[in-house]
Design a protein around this ligand. Structure first.
Ligand code: C2E
Ligand code: MG
Ligand code: MG
Ligand code: MG
Length: 289
């Protein structure tokens, strides 16, 4: 009967709730162990100036070396976003990225490291302490080599707390970037209120540019807003020469994307630095790729 079917459905729903809770617990335990056992790694993706070839920075991107293969952040970060584990994870990422940054600096390689910070960590009231701890641990003067990337999800939480944390970061020399810029609701107000050092333009605007010419006007506007607020503007996710040509035409010169390089292990990043030549980007530019 209909009633029985309804009952079964509820039963099924309850089961899957229980299942997903159990899955979440399992993931949390696995991830905690991965953190303790050194199975988490940071890959680095270069950000370059296409006019000069200068490597402006490297974004640290988290990878989990799992027995079943390399797992991407999308597979596990969402599940723990409201959990304190994301703060522990964030601390590890910060420490590891800064360690690597200083290693490169010792080798004479100067560029900024971009680190993604979860809304939970940024809003925890503990980030300032964590940063100060790193300054002390590493015996460095300031953290001007560090750029924290925050998303709209961070900005919609308690604005007072966010402003306080941004100010504390600035005092330590840390740069602030708005990540996936343009996809949120309050982006413009937030630019005005927090004056980020960098806007990282979401790749969705670039992807859809041929189907929807409106996207081009969005890219133009974001560039202008960045310029108006003295923020650097980085175009994310440039995959091919057609896109490179487009963003150059619009006036962008800082880019990050597969065309230049995918995210790399530190040792691969070092060889990227040895062999990278901006000129290659422009070879046969008129040929589609
Ligand atoms: P995001 O910060 O916007 O990072 C850019 C994402 O775009 C990365 O995905 C990168 O691998 C990918 N990407 C780069 N160039 C291209 C391209 O040319 N084409 C395409 N299609 N994709 C490109 P990834 O590494 O899977 O990271 C996804 C998201 O996970 C990141 O987005 C960031 O929000 C988050 N994330 C990554 N690492 C961390 C971390 O250490 N902590 C936190 N809290 N979040 C992280
Ligand atoms: Mg990012
Ligand atoms: Mg992004
Ligand atoms: Mg993203």
């Amino acid at each position: 009967s209909a009633k029985n079917r309804g009952k079964n459905r509820i039963h099924f729903y309850e089961l899957s709730m229980e299942q997903s809770l159990r899955n979440r617990e399992t993931l949390k335990q696995e991830l905690t162990r991965a953190l303790q056992n050194g199975h988490l790694h940071l890959f680095y993706q270069p950000q370059v100036d296409i006019r000069t070839g200068v490597v402006l920075g490297a974004e640290a991107l988290l990878r989990w070396f799992h027995p079943d293969g390399i797992r991407l952040p999308a597979d596990f970060l969402g599940t723990i976003e409201n959990d304190d584990l994301s703060i522990d994870l964030g601390r590890w990422v910060l420490g590891e990225a800064l360690r690597q940054h200083l290693e490169w600096k010792k080798e004479g390689q100067f560029f900024r490291i971009g680190v993604n910070v979860s809304p939970r960590h940024f809003g925890s009231g503990m980030l300032e302490q964590d940063l100060k701890h790193l300054v002390e641990l590493r015996g460095i003067e300031d953290l001007s080599g560090l750029e924290l990337e925050i998303t709209e999800n961070t900005l919609v939480s308690d604005l007072g707390e966010v402003q306080k944390t941004v100010r504390a970061c600035r005092d330590l020399g840390v740069h602030i970037a708005f990540d996936d810029f343009g996809t949120g609701y309050t982006s413009l107000t937030m630019v005005r209120t927090l004056c980020p050092d960098t806007l990282k333009v979401d790749q969705s605007f670039l992807r859809g540019i041929t189907e929807n010419p409106g996207n081009r006007s969005i890219l133009e506007s974001i560039l202008k807003i960045g310029q108006g607020f003295q923020a650097a503007v980085i175009m994310e996710g440039v995959e091919n020469r057609r896109e490179l040509r487009l963003v150059r035409e619009i006036g962008y010169h800082s880019i990050q994307g597969y065309l230049v390089s995918p995210p790399l292990l530190p040792v691969q990043f070092s060889s990227f630095l040895q062999t990278w030549q901006a000129g290659r980007l422009w070879e046969n530019l008129e040929n589609p790729s």
